[in-house]
Ligand binder design. Structure first.
Ligand code: ADP
Ligand code: MG
Length: 359
């Protein structure tokens, strides 16, 4: 079952109403928190296995948000076969909360390495590997007509930080199904990562995630948030004007291919952005095209990174969610202009299907 604006509330997982604490022990301090959720590490008593328990309040700002939580569960269920999406183990419900028992991504948020000092920060080679995983995970979502709508370094976790493990995409609280029946127009997301069409109340599509991936890769490589302003209004202006700094100051020691990759995504017209499959064929991400800049140590970055530290992404960017207003359209009108997308120079003429994209 799906309502008009892409929220799915039909789930298959049995919601348990017996006390969560009968079956799990909470351990250690919390793993993280967002606007409406707290996430804590827990151990399943019968198996001794570690999990992450995400406690979601059902009422937020006086409104019943159970439907949104069911949507989050439905998306996690639909992504069961996706190796880059955090696995959902069980669901519990109390009078006030729904608790999602998730696979524990012990390495924490990639955010930490994005804003870390040089020796802790990602190298371009790391970013290439993680970017491929993020894209493969997002490809599976998009194949199932799911858009994440909140891709940012706080929602991309690692299985382990040292040695650098694999990524897990989390937080499907804002995710929507986009298909040929309804059109999603909503203002939601995180200001720094939100695409221009969202600010313009234009239809949301898989291309909306592609914009955020452009911002995400920019932050992973440079430690700077390309659109972040002093206040949200300034950030929104920067986004709508696509005001991005691609100068050598910011991208010192980073390959031209990486810059080209980001530039191809940070394009105002969503139809002109490459799809996730197209992105995976970009030379920057092709295993066989690692050129010297990728292998070189990125020690040159130090000066530009320390200078910009105060401008680094803030730890908890504010989430904006404004009530949606869906628009119904006839199916014919909804054909996206994807076939009109043309590759810019470094893309090969036709995207090949990636072998890894099995989901
Ligand atoms: P919110 O919707 O409130 O943003 P998230 O799902 O993003 O909630 O969780 C908040 C934070 O908790 C994440 O940014 C991350 O730091 C941590 N977290 C979430 N899920 C997990 C997990 N499965 N394993 C480890 N940490 C997690
Ligand atoms: Mg989050």
């Amino acid at each position: 079952m799906m309502n008009r604006n892409g929220v799915v509330t039909k789930i298959r997982t049995r919601i348990r109403t017996d006390p969560f604490k009968n079956n799990y022990d909470l351990v250690g301090k919390e793993l993280g928190r967002g606007k409406f959720a707290v996430v804590k590490k827990c151990v399943e008593k019968t198996t001794g296995k570690e999990h992450a328990a995400k406690f979601l309040r059902k009422r937020r700002k006086g409104q019943d948000c159970r439907g949104d939580i069911l949507n989050e569960i439905a998306v996690l269920e639909s992504a069961k076969a996706n190796p880059y999406v955090v696995a959902l183990h069980e669901v519990y419900e109390t009078t006030t909360e729904i608790i999602l028992i998730l696979e524990c991504a012990a390495g924490g948020e990639i955010f930490n390495q994005c804003v870390a000092d040089n020796d802790e920060a990602f190298t371009e080679k790391d970013v290439i590997r993680l970017a491929r995983q993020i894209l493969m995970g997002v490809a599976c979502l998009h194949q199932n007509n799911v858009v994440h709508l909140d891709l940012k370094p706080q929602n991309i976790l690692l299985t382990s930080a040292k040695p650098l493990g694999d990524i897990r995409i989390v937080d499907f609280g804002l995710s929507r199904r986009v298909d040929s029946v309804s059109e999603v127009r909503e203002i939601l997301g995180t200001p720094e990562y939100v695409a221009p069409e969202v600010l313009d109340y234009e239809p949301i599509s898989t291309a909306t995630d592609m914009w955020s991936i452009g911002v995400l890769i920019y932050v992973m490589l440079t430690g700077e948030s390309p659109f972040l302003g002093e206040e949200n209004q300034e950030t929104f202006l920067n986004v709508s004007q696509v005001n991005v700094d691609y100068s050598q100051d910011v991208f010192q020691g980073i390959s031209d291919l990486a810059v080209d990759f980001i530039q191809s995504l940070l394009i105002k017209n969503p139809r002109k952005r490459p799809t996730v499959e197209e992105c995976l064929t970009h030379p920057w991400l092709r295993v066989d095209s690692h050129h010297h800049a990728v292998e070189a140590p990125l020690d040159e970055q130090e000066a530009s990174q320390s200078e910009s530290e105060s401008e680094s992404p803030v730890p908890s960017p504010e989430l904006v969610v404004i009530p949606s207003y869906p628009t119904w359209l006839g199916q014919g009108e909804l054909k996206t202009g994807r076939d009109t997308f043309s590759f810019t120079e470094p893309f090969p003429p036709r995207p090949e299907i990636q072998q890894e994209l099995i989901c």
